[in-house]
Design a protein around this ligand. Structure first.
Ligand SMILES: [Zn+2]
Length: 403
């Protein structure tokens, strides 16, 4: 995940708190009764493997092993290679210009992807992308950055989703691409290159989905909640999101993509006004730290999030029509997200080291959120002032030092 802009909701929603977040075991395990589709053990195995020392933090040359891992998985599932007319699972990411002296093209990295052609004669020409970046920070001054949550968790979801759809007796009606992006940590290079060099016509792309850090619980939010950005540009997607979330006893906290900025692989598709969804549990104290380790992953939650994404994708890959891009409107869901976070702050002031003044401030902001929620709508200006107020409040709070 790439750090760009900061504002109140960003800070509150995505801020790594130095104190432990609500401990995973403190909340009862809310799991639906439907037989689980995804095997927790399979997710665990992917995360343990990719975050292990042998994968050297998945950066630079060390990424070769990770790419081979994804390719092998796709091949074993019998999924078709996505590139070069179905002959290659990997896409070389060329840098502008050539190597000095040799004039040879400079290859920065490689994306890895497979496709599942749709079964419907018409809808197979419509494409949905499910993706996750597989690179991380590597070994820095001899210290390993395992990146268990960032983003071995997202890759594990991608691989088990690929298994689910590859094994479906009745194939999905639309075509699905399963894409592992390289070079996300160094400026979204892999996803940007992919968006500029799609292995199909851009007009066929109906929905782009990416998950980045879905194995933990963020500061201020419970283990039964996760963030989704982007649905403000294709609101009808929320119906399926809600149903899939409820089935997993998960609550979706919607946040506008403009609140966090272009900080993960959805950005190149956002720019192209292609409907997108970004799944994330938010930041935590181990973000981009050597402590982002496997033992801190909430595999119960990761399993539920993976099932949520699979069941929603199954609906979208089979329904007759998918929503088109539309301009965002004022979105009470954002207010509800803000209130959910504020409620957790207010519920555990000790955990966030909030002084009485800060508590007052948070209460004030919550009152403003509440009045807007009651009013039922808010103007773009109100939204902007709310965000500015929040940013100001945070500067004053100075509670959570930015990493
Ligand atoms: Zn990431």
């Amino acid at each position: 995940m790439l750090f760009r802009t900061a504002n109140f909701l960003l800070i509150l929603l995505f801020q790594p708190v130095l104190l432990p977040t609500l401990s995973a075991q403190s909340e009862p395990l809310l799991r639906n009764s439907v037989a689980s589709v995804v095997k927790k053990a399979a997710l665990q195995e992917h995360v343990q493997t990719l975050a292990s020392e042998a994968y050297l933090g998945r950066s630079g040359k060390a990424c070769e092993k990770t790419r081979a891992y994804l390719e092998r998985h796709f091949k074993d599932l019998g999924l078709e290679p996505a590139f070069q007319e179905g002959t290659s699972y990997s896409q070389r990411i060329f840098a502008p210009g050539t190597l000095a002296g040799t004039g040879a093209p400079r290859v920065l990295g490689r994306n890895v992807a497979a496709k599942l052609i749709g079964s419907d004669p018409k809808l197979k020409d419509e494409v949905i992308i499910l993706s996750a970046h597989f690179d991380h920070l590597g070994v820095v001054e001899g210290v390993l950055y395992p990146g268990a949550d960032d983003n071995a968790s997202g890759v594990s979801m991608l691989l088990e989703a690929a298994r689910y759809f590859a094994k479906l007796p009745e194939k999905s009606r639309r075509t699905i691409y399963f894409v592992g992006f390289d070079l996300e940590e160094v400026g979204l290079i892999g996803s940007t290159y992919f968006a500029e060099n799609l292995p199909f016509e851009e007009s066929k792309l109906k929905l782009f989905i990416t998950a980045d850090m879905i194995g933990r619980n963020a500061a201020g939010l419970s283990r039964n909640s996760l963030f989704v950005c982007g649905s403000e540009y294709a609101r009808p997607l929320r119906t399926t999101l809600r149903d899939s979330a409820e089935a997993q006893s998960l609550t979706i906290s919607y946040a506008g993509a403009d609140l966090i900025g272009p900080r993960s692989d959805f950005a190149p598709f956002w720019q192209r006004e292609i409907p997108f969804l970004f799944f994330c549990n938010g930041l935590h104290p181990d973000y981009h730290a050597p402590t982002d380790t496997v033992d801190r992953i909430d595999f119960e939650k990761l399993t539920r999030v993976t099932e949520l994404i699979i069941s929603a994708l199954q609906t979208w890959s089979d329904e007759d029509t998918l929503p088109d891009w539309h301009a965002p409107e004022s979105d009470l869901e954002e207010i509800r997200t803000g209130r959910r976070v504020l409620a957790n702050l207010l519920a555990a002031p000790h955990q966030f080291q909030l002084s009485s003044t800060q508590m007052m401030m948070v209460k004030q902001i919550d009152l403003m959120f509440a009045s807007i929620e009651e009013k039922g709508t808010f103007s773009p200006q109100e939204r902007q002032s709310l965000i500015q107020l929040g940013t100001m409040a945070l500067k004053m709070l100075q509670t959570f030092p930015l990493r």
